[in-house]
Design a binder for this molecule. Sequence first.
Ligand code: ASP
Length: 441
Amino acid sequence: MAEPNRTLANRILIGLVIGVLAGVLTLIIGQPFPRLLGFMQLVSTHVLDPFGQVFLRTLFFVVIPLVFASLAAGVVQLGRLDRLGPLAGRTFALFALNMAIGVGLGLLMMNLVRPGDQLAEATKLQLEQLYGGAAQGYVASSATSPTMSFALLVEMFMPRNLFAAVTGQSRAAIGDVLPLIVFALLVGAAGTQLAEDSRARLQKGLDLVCEVMTRIVHFALLLAPYAVPAMIYSVIVKIGVDILAALGVFVAGCITVLLLHLFGTLSLWIKFWTRRSPRQFFKDTRAVLITAFSTSSSNATLPASLECARNTLKVQPGVAGFVLPLGATMNMSGTALYEGCVVLFVAQVFGVDLTLAQEVTLLLLAVISAVAIAGVPGGSLPVIAGLLATFGIPPEGIGIVLGVDRILDMMRTVVNVGADLVTAVVVDARTVNGQAPQTPA
Ligand code: ASP
C-alpha cells in the first residue's frame, strides 16, 4: 500500500477505536445518568448521523457511474468476448462456494449452540412487543414481493426501463445495480467487437470515468477518520444494553461464525489459491473493511473496494472491474450465513423443529435469495421474514432479532465485502491478461 494510504487506513482504524471507546464509556456513564445518555442519543441523531451521511452519500454518488465504467472497461479490456466465459465461470463458481460454506457454518453453529432454546419466554414476549411494529413492516414487504420465477428473474436483470431501475424507482434505496451490470456487460461486449482504434478510445474513455470517480472516493475517504467514529458512536449509544444481553448467545454465535468464515475459510482460499499472505491481505484491506463495518452497505463500500483492489492489491483492472461490482450485488456470504442463523434461531424460539432435509433446503434458499438482496443497510430483513414464513415459522418472529440487527448488519457486511475482495484476488491469480494461465497459479 502506498504510504499516504497506509497512514489514512491507520487514522480510520484509530477513529474506529475512539468511536467504540467513547460509545462504551457513554453507555457506562449513562447507567447512573440516564439524562446524559438521552442527550447524547439526541446529539447522535441530529448531528453525528447527518455527518455520517455526508460520507456515505459521497460514496453512493459514485456507485452508479463507477459500476458502469469499471465493469464495461473490464470487459472491453479482455479484448475478446470468448475470454468472458472462463472469467465469469470462475467468478460465479467462487461466489456459490463462498455462500454455501458460509450458510453451512452458520447452520452448524446454531445447531450446536441452540441459542433459541435458551431465550426466556418473558424476554421473547418483551422483544415481540418492542419490535412488533417494525417487524410488521418487513413481513408486509416480504408478503408483497413476488415469488421467484423466470419472469421475475428477467424483470430483475432486464427491467423495461433501465434508468427508472437505476435511479431507485424500484427495490433498492440507491437504485438497482443488477440491470446496470447487465447493461455494462452489453456495452463492454459490444466494445470488444469495435475496430481496434475505436475499442482503444472507448477503453480510454471508460478508464477516465473510473479515474475521476476514484478521485471522488479519495475525497470521501479523507472524511472517513471523522465520519467512522461518529457513525460507530451513534450506533453504540443507541444500543439497548438489556436487549444485547438477552440475545447475547445468539449475537456471540453469529459474530463468531462470521469471523470464522472471514478469517478461517477465506484465509485458506488466499493461502492455497493465490501467492499472497492472508495476514498482508487483511492488512491491506483494513480501510475497506472498516468502511463496510461503519456503513453496513456493500454498495456504499464498492468504490473503496475497487480503489483498493486496483491500487493496493494490484489486481488486474479488468478482473477487479468485473468481479467487484458483481460481488457487491450477488456475493453475500455474510448475509446468507445470517439468514440461516436467524431462521434456525427463531425456529428454536417458537419450538419449530426443522428436519435435515428442511435445513438443506434452507441452505439452498439462503444462497439463492442472498443473490437478490440489495447491498444496503438492513437489505436482507424482508427476505428473512419471507424465509421464516416458507418454513412455517411466524414471520413476525423477525422482531426478536431487530434490536441487535444493526450491529450484526455491520459484521455481515464486512464478510460480504471481504469475500468479494478475496474472490477478486483468487480470480486474479488464475487469470493472465484475461485468460486462464497454462499452469495453475
Ligand atoms: N447490509 C448488507 C450489505 O450491504 C445487506 C444485509 O445483509 O442486510 O451487504
